[in-house]
Design a protein around this ligand. Structure first.
Ligand code: NDP
Length: 287
């Protein structure tokens, strides 16, 4: 008997996942809210379920990939058939709290739940480049590992259902924080008449240098010894006045730079002007 897997959701990512399972020789059953998205999958060899309940009944392994967890919640609420013994693998982006709600939902129905998070472009799904993060019941994860490995490089973050989501949210947030800073900088670079692509190449070549700095900052924070990493804060704050003034002179938005400067000023006022940038961490909790 061939192994079977059901995929709920055939957007860009869900379709890439379903194609990967088809290519790997799985009997792939697909369902999508708007049925027309099933057509290319049927052509590729999948079976389209007539109903959502039919799709879930068709396989033990149910992979879900929808726009967000509100959509997942809506879809799960529409299920009327029994789900005991099923393994739900939800690859939809979302928060740790949402993952815990779905894990409880499954537990109440004697089903298993694995929360998954994807760091990948749909075109890379099915290759080692695609990163998949998982958490939840380890026995369920072990039983599905052979299926999940087909999707890309997989990492298991532990039994706590929200663990993968916690790591995912942190990594995605870090990426966006970095990238908005990059966009701001490109504004400035362009205003100065520097070619932004050539600049991007130069900056990309410096990124490796941040590795040791990131670890150093976290070590300082853990120990509470805020050595003057990038120089003492009072020196950095003086530089910030110039950074902000320069941006203003080029009509580039300054709100985030001003936020950083005000954090520096507060630390200096509190008598910590000789500490490093890492010490701003003290001000970033809920005050
Ligand atoms: P798409 O917009 O391409 O697809 C969204 C899917 O969700 C469609 O199948 C859509 O159905 C379905 N959907 C939305 N709302 C509902 C609802 N209320 N009820 C039922 N189905 C619903 O998104 P992607 O496939 O790109 O993304 C899916 C998930 O994968 C997201 O959580 C995303 O963050 C994550 N992801 C995506 C990446 C990417 O590059 N695309 C990268 C990493 C993660 P319908 O066709 O009927 O509208």
């Amino acid at each position: 008997k061939r192994k079977s897997v059901t995929v709920l959701g055939l957007g860009n990512m869900g379709a890439a996942i379903a194609h990967t399972f088809i290519n790997q020789g799985y009997d792939t059953v697909v369902w999508n809210r708007s049925a027309e998205k099933c057509k290319p999958l049927i052509q590729a060899g999948a079976t389209a379920a007539e109903t959502l309940d039919g799709a879930v009944a068709a396989s033990k392994t149910i992979v879900i990939c929808l726009l967000n967890n509100t959509a997942v919640d809506e879809v799960l609420r529409q299920l009327t058939g029994a789900v005991a013994g099923k393994v739900f693998i939800n690859l939809t982006s979302g928060t740790p709290a949402q993952a815990r709600v779905f894990a409880e939902w499954a537990e109440r129905r004697n089903a298993s739940y694995i929360d998954g998070k994807i760091l990948a472009d749909p075109t890379d799904v099915g290759t080692p480049k695609a990163q998949f993060m998982f958490s939840g019941q380890s026995s369920a994860f072990v039983s599905q590992k052979h299926v999940l490995k087909k999707l890309g490089t997989i990492t298991y973050y532990g039994e706590e259902p929200g663990a993968a989501a916690a790591e995912f949210m942190a990594q995605v947030a870090m990426g966006y924080e970095l990238l908005i800073g990059f966009l701001h900088t490109l504004r400035l670079v362009q205003a100065e008449g520097i070619d932004i692509e050539a600049f991007a190449h130069r900056i990309a070549a410096t990124l490796g240098g941040y590795s040791s700095l990131l670890v150093g900052l976290s070590t300082a924070i853990k120990s509470g010894k805020y050595s003057p990493d990038l120089g003492p804060l009072y020196v950095q704050a003086a530089l910030f006045d110039d950074l902000i003034g320069h941006r203003e002179s080029q009509d580039v938005e300054t709100v985030r730079m001003r936020e950083v400067k005000s954090l520096m000023d507060r630390r200096i006022e509190d008598g910590h002007g000789d500490q490093g940038f890492s010490s701003l961490f003290e001000l970033l909790g809920k005050q």
